[in-house]
Design a binder for this molecule. Structure first.
Ligand SMILES: [Zn+2]
Length: 136
């Protein structure tokens, strides 16, 4: 049982008391606060809160970060292309795309850079470039 101070006599009274046992003052509870709590609880139960925090969040702010070179990886025999590779990534970003990561795909023997128009990694697409195309 928590204790609060009576607004009238400043003595400690129970939070559950309806009257102050010292001075008899009627304890008013904040109706507004009660409603806020009720609304939040209901919203939380209905799943509205998670919706507000995830779906309506402007995703572009966190995804369109500056290019993180640590997210780019080239095998040793392709490191000569590093400068071209990063300037390609910078040009893609300058054209309005969010650039997530990049590397070299040994399967198709091409450089790849993962980008997204919306900044949402879920809608990202992988662009493939030959070495010559890196400088285009
Ligand atoms: Zn009192």
């Amino acid at each position: 049982m928590a204790l609060v101070k009576c607004v009238e006599c400043d003595k400690e009274i129970s939070t559950t008391a309806k009257h102050c046992p010292h001075c008899g003052a009627v304890i008013k509870r904040s109706l507004f606060l009660t409603w806020v709590v009720v609304v939040l609880l209901v919203a939380g139960l209905l799943g509205i809160l998670p919706m507000l925090s995830y779906e309506n969040k402007p995703i572009i702010s966190q995804a369109c970060k500056p290019i993180d070179k640590a997210s780019f990886w080239l095998p040793h025999d392709k490191e000569f292309a590093k400068a071209d590779f990063f300037s390609k990534a910078e040009r893609l970003r300058a054209s309005g795309l969010c650039v997530f990561e990049g590397g070299f795909g040994t399967l198709d023997d091409k450089y790849y850079i993962t980008v997204s128009k919306t900044g949402d990694a879920k809608n990202a697409e992988i662009l493939h470039f030959s070495y010559e195309e890196l400088s285009l």
